[in-house]
Design a protein around this ligand. Structure first.
Ligand SMILES: [Zn+2]
Ligand SMILES: [Zn+2]
Length: 384
């Protein structure tokens, strides 16, 4: 049996991720690997199932706790049957479960009846990875994603061209049926089970979409990523999501959802980001620290000069104003904060050692541990 991958790793989240992040990560993977979007792709199916299994465990507070404590073992010993099997979820169900946060439900969720206004399709999410240079200047990125689109052959009806969907005999075209409960004590109106609420049924299926009215299609777009964007923020591309599902919009009318392009920012060899500021750890020699120096430092705009004073201490930081990243809103650039890391030589030539020994002779003894009372204080502390 192959080793089971860590569930956090599967979802690509930190162990400290909150419920929201876990949900988001799962949704992204589920959308990407769902079998409906990757017909015949065994690898995608395996990834989809793996993500579903991970989500099933991490979405539940109790099973997550067990998993955190005992790993996969903890789950086996629990012996409980799975409560939900996410791997059987229909792609539209995955959307609906996130309707609350991802906007599918906000503007009148796709296909939900009883709402005012035109039907709206589901939002999609995709991801791009950019560099700090891209954050500095802003950039364009091509994104490719798969979405359900209206089938050209049947224009979304699902019926074989030349044939037409016919009125649903079960609900008489209403899309809804009444059911009575408790021996006729009350009546309940529900979506018609025969036509799924469409009010029409298809006698001859369209071959292009097998009657679904929607087909999975690749789409390529160029997206503008504004300067100053942060990790995890998303660029919304209006109207590039999916059309409303067929039951809400048999003829493909209504509003498309949006595409959310989530941005990841790649780590940099030199710079760490801190909001709009950049942090740089700059190694300097101990003589530069002691004597002061004109340093050449890297910035995102190329090399720059930084003068450090005599007697610079380990960990001192210097601010180079305006060499950080632009603010997303006002474009004003943050600072570059240069922290110095004083390096002590690991090897000395005979000449250097001689010079240093001579130097040590001249050292002001008042700063050495013996004379500052450091050892006495420590002895008192340990003794007392
Ligand atoms: Zn079709
Ligand atoms: Zn019906």
């Amino acid at each position: 049996m192959p080793a089971q991958r860590d569930y956090y790793e599967v979802l690509g989240v930190e162990k400290t991720a909150d419920a929201e992040e876990i949900k988001r990560a799962y949704r992204r993977l589920a959308m990407k690997y769902h079998p409906d979007r990757n017909p015949g792709d065994a690898e995608a199916e395996a990834r989809f199932k793996e993500a579903a299994a991970a989500y099933e465990v991490l979405a539940d507070v109790q099973t997550r706790q067990l998993y955190d404590q005992y790993g996969h073992e903890g789950l086996h010993s629990r012996g409980a049957a799975a409560t939900h099997d996410f791997s059987r979820m229909d792609i539209n169900d995955i959307f609906s479960m996130f309707g609350d946060i991802f906007g599918a439900g906000v503007g009148g969720g796709g296909g939900r009846s009883g709402r005012r206004g035109p039907a709206r399709g589901y939002d999609l999410e995709t991801e791009v990875t950019i560099t700090l240079d891209d954050v500095l200047k802003g950039c364009e990125r091509d994104v490719e994603f798969t979405r359900l689109d209206i089938c050209d052959k049947c224009t979304g009806t699902g019926a074989k061209p030349g044939s037409k969907p016919v009125q649903c005999p079960t609900c008489g075209g209403q899309g809804r049926v009444q059911q009575s409960g408790l021996g006729g004590m009350f009546r309940m109106v529900t979506n018609c089970p025969a036509c799924g609420g469409r009010g029409q049924v298809i006698r001859e299926f369209c071959e292009g979409c097998r009657g679904k009215g929607r087909v999975s299609r690749k789409r390529k777009l160029t997206v503008n990523i504004p300067a100053g964007i942060r990790e995890g923020q998303a660029v919304r591309v209006q109207g590039e999501g999916e059309p409303p599902p067929p039951e809400a919009s048999p003829a493909g009318e209504g509003i498309r959802g949006d595409l959310h392009v989530a941005v990841r920012v790649k780590g940099h060899d030199f710079f760490h980001r801190d909001g709009d500021n950049l942090l740089l750890e700059m190694p300097i020699s101990f003589t530069q620290a002691a004597l002061g120096a004109d340093l050449e430092i890297p910035t995102l705009d190329g090399a720059a000069k930084l003068t450090i004073p005599k007697g610079t201490q380990f960990g001192s930081a210097f601010r180079v104003s305006g060499k950080g990243l632009p603010n997303l809103r006002n474009g004003r650039r943050g600072d570059l904060v240069v922290g110095v890391k004083v390096e002590i030589p690991r090897r000395l030539s005979a000449k250097q050692e001689k010079l240093l020994r001579d130097f040590a002779e001249t050292e002001d003894k008042s700063v050495l541990p013996e004379s500052t009372g450091f050892w006495k204080k420590m002895a008192d502390l340990l003794g007392g």
